[in-house]
Design a protein around this ligand. Structure first.
Ligand code: HPA
Length: 276
């Protein structure tokens, strides 16, 4: 089925269940899933209820949209995302992002857990994403351009909105939460990087490496959403310590700092909601 047609079907399927119009869309990454419980929920839609929707297969990633309010701000949260390494076409990976845009979200907050390739970061730090490298995964815009959404050759000079980045700096400062900044690089995964690949990421100018987010940001920018992103540095990149890396370690760190991450994100969402 054509990408746009599938998107329209998913939109109709969601609209048949909820008429809520979110201002902000947020993707809850590892460790942040519980934040959905802090939303004044109006409705939930399981991904499995949406015909043709890609369903996540990663343990620890639930699969549903949560609609509701953070303070006065109408939001839609993705509790669980799908990753390219699960085997979905990249256009399917970003379908949920496009769907949230069509549901009305003007701003997208992307969160994730990532590995640091920057020696000045520590596990448990948060990093404001200021730019990205997405060339190791196919662009979600490959194929016939979806003219209804955006142009063929969209500008990527400021994927991460400068005003929104500033808002996150101020939010972190208000809460006394240290916030690193840097460039996120997306690799396909699912294997973690080799030490040589971690050095490559650093040489290319990245600060954190992960397996999501950058392709989502491209799809969102294509359709004109304002994008911001925060990464939870779950571990140092492979080879930067003398221990092998495990998914368990990643989840443990993400869970350990989750309360602080939630606090930052909830306050940031309230502030984002006050933007004109
Ligand atoms: N590499 C890639 N993705 C990740 C990592 C990592 O070290 N940690 C969490 N997600």
């Amino acid at each position: 089925m054509e990408v746009y047609e599938k998107l329209q079907r998913c939109l109709e399927s969601v609209r048949a269940k909820v008429d809520f119009v979110p201002k902000i869309a947020v993707v809850l990454g590892s460790g942040l899933g519980d934040l959905a419980d802090r939303i004044q929920q109006v409705a939930c839609v399981d991904y499995s209820e949406i015909e043709g929707f890609p369903v996540s297969t990663v343990p620890g990633h639930r699969g549903r949209f949560v609609f509701g309010y953070v303070g006065q701000v109408p939001v839609v949260a993705m509790q669980g995302r799908v990753h390219y390494y699960e085997g979905y076409a990249i256009q399917d990976v970003v379908l949920p992002i496009r769907l949230m845009g069509l549901l009305g979200a003007q701003i997208l907050l992307l969160t994730n857990a990532s590995g640091s390739v920057n020696f000045s970061f520590s596990a448990g730090d948060f990093m404001l994403i200021t730019d990205q490298i997405a060339n190791f995964v196919p662009s979600p815009l490959i194929g016939p351009n979806l003219e209804q959404l955006g142009e063929r050759f969209p500008d990527m000079s400021a994927v991460y909105d400068r005003q929104l980045c500033q808002l996150w700096r101020e939010t972190a400062q208000e809460l006394g939460i240290p916030l690193q900044e840097g460039v996120y690089i997306q690799l396909t995964g699912p294997n973690f990087e080799t030490p040589a690949e971690v050095r490559m990421c650093r040489a290319l100018g990245a600060d954190a490496v992960g397996m999501s987010t950058a392709c989502e940001a491209i799809a969102a920018r294509h359709m004109g959403m304002r994008v911001c992103g925060i990464s939870c540095i779950a571990n140092l990149g492979c080879g930067m310590t003398d221990r092998p890396l495990t998914h368990i370690e990643v989840n443990e760190t993400a869970d350990r700092v989750a309360p602080l991450f939630q606090k930052l994100v909830l306050r940031g969402l309230e502030r984002l909601g006050q933007l004109p």
